[in-house]
Unconditional design. Structure first.
Length: 421
């Protein structure tokens, strides 16, 4: 009997449109959107080369989910799509993602247990306390801008309020805030040009900054266990669900997550919004004509238009399908929020800033489900407070051309020159 030689299955061809290379992510948002629009028009999901910049050869590829409806469907289906294997579209070690993403890299029931514990940070009472401090910080920041002349808006304003809020929430002492802010910046932007010129090891630098953030929070947690106060950290160390409390290591991990998810997203939305308002003065006039009634819808459009977080990943738990396309167990699915927020089947004139847009079902805080952003109320509080101060006290800022931050995850503005009278 003749033995038939088995042959390996041919590799699935990658889509001809590139959304994986550093060159693609080095383009402008609008240039990338032309590609995402073509993918949305195909009506399904598409298979692409692994995202560049990660571990070479670690993955065969990923499915790109680019339509709003599909992003929402996958986001809400935690039983079919897992976060426990990692949430980065770029191939990165799971342990690295766990260090920086904490309970985001978990599925229920573990995810929900930690989410309930951490919800102590976001009760109505805590939000009210945080709001008063955010408003005071916003006033103080804009105090420093009045009459300042030529500034970089990112470092002088956008980057300041989010990390002040994080520091206030956690209880970081004023003398330690500069180091904590620097650590958070490095986790997103990587080493500075000065670091690279000095021959700094980028990976080692990131690991050190993660440790700076963890140790800062652990030191405060240990103090609050000995000397409780009426503050967030005390609530965190005392919170208990099903007999479980957060350990020092888990509180350290939460600090890393808060310093990234709670920092760069709001920072970038602030920068993008100022730039967009400067280019759309009619929208600014519309908002200021009835601020109390209009700021609510405006903030939602700030987030949609900025799309500060561009993607997250899930992994299929079992063989399944999305819009008729077969997805095999273990394959990665990339949720491209930047594309979902420009989906012309959901948003009228999606590339236009429209502060009156309502309804506005953007996916700037995720597509819903158990992983929906826990801090979305704090982020919107920051944006309302800061833009009220900016647009009433320094309304005539002259905004220059931004220097973009090439990044595969954050829609980033590195510098934004502004002249403040």
């Amino acid at each position: 009997m003749t033995q038939v030689e088995s042959r390996p299955k041919p590799a699935r061809p990658h889509h001809e449109l590139d959304i994986s290379s550093p060159e693609f992510w080095g383009k402008t948002f609008d240039e990338r959107e032309l590609t995402f629009a073509r993918l949305r028009a195909e009506g399904g999901v598409t298979w692409h080369e692994p995202m560049g910049g990660g571990i070479p050869g670690a993955e065969k590829g990923f499915w790109a989910v680019t339509r709003h409806e599909d992003i929402v469907a996958v986001s809400r289906n935690h039983e079919g799509f897992s976060s426990a294997e990692g949430v980065s579209v770029t191939p990165l070690p799971k342990e690295v993602q766990q260090e920086t993403s904490f309970f985001l890299v978990m599925d229920p029931p573990d995810h929900m247990a930690f989410r309930r514990l951490i919800s102590a940070a976001f009760t109505p009472k805590q939000i009210a306390r945080i709001q008063a401090q955010i408003e005071a910080d916003a006033r103080d920041i804009v105090d420093g801008l009045v009459g300042a002349g030529e500034i970089d808006f990112v470092s002088s304003c956008s980057a300041v309020l989010p990390m002040r809020t994080v520091s206030d929430m956690i209880g970081i002492a004023p003398q330690d805030r500069e180091a904590v802010t620097r650590a958070a910046e490095v986790l997103f932007a990587g080493p500075t040009e000065e670091d690279l010129a000095a021959g700094v090891d980028g990976a080692a630098l990131v690991r050190r900054q993660v440790q700076v953030l963890r140790e800062a929070a652990i030191e405060i947690a240990q103090d609050r266990r000995r000397r409780p106060r009426d503050d967030l950290m005390t609530k965190l160390v005392q919170a208990e669900v099903d007999g479980r409390r957060l350990t020092d290591e888990q509180i350290g991990a939460f600090m890393v997550l808060l310093s990234t998810a709670g920092n760069d997203t709001t920072k970038q939305t602030t920068s993008h919004t100022l730039l967009a308002l400067s280019r759309n003065p009619g929208q600014k006039r519309w908002l200021m004509a009835d601020w109390p009634a209009r700021i609510g819808t405006a903030v939602e459009e700030f987030v949609r238009y900025a799309s500060p977080v561009m993607n997250f990943a899930r992994v299929a738990k079992a063989d399944t399908e999305i819009r008729g396309t077969a997805i095999q167990a273990g394959e990665k699915v990339g949720l491209f929020y930047c594309s979902g927020n420009r989906d012309e089947s959901v948003f009228d004139r999606p590339g236009v800033l429209d502060l009156s847009r309502s309804p506005n079902p953007h996916v700037g805080f995720g597509g819903g489900g158990v992983h929906y952003c826990l801090g979305h109320t704090v982020a919107k509080t920051q944006l309302r407070a800061l833009f009220r101060e900016l647009l009433t006290r320094v309304p005539d800022m002259e905004v220059g051309e931004p220097e973009w931050l090439p990044h595969q995850f954050v829609h980033g503005i590195k510098r934004l020159p502004v002249h403040v009278r």
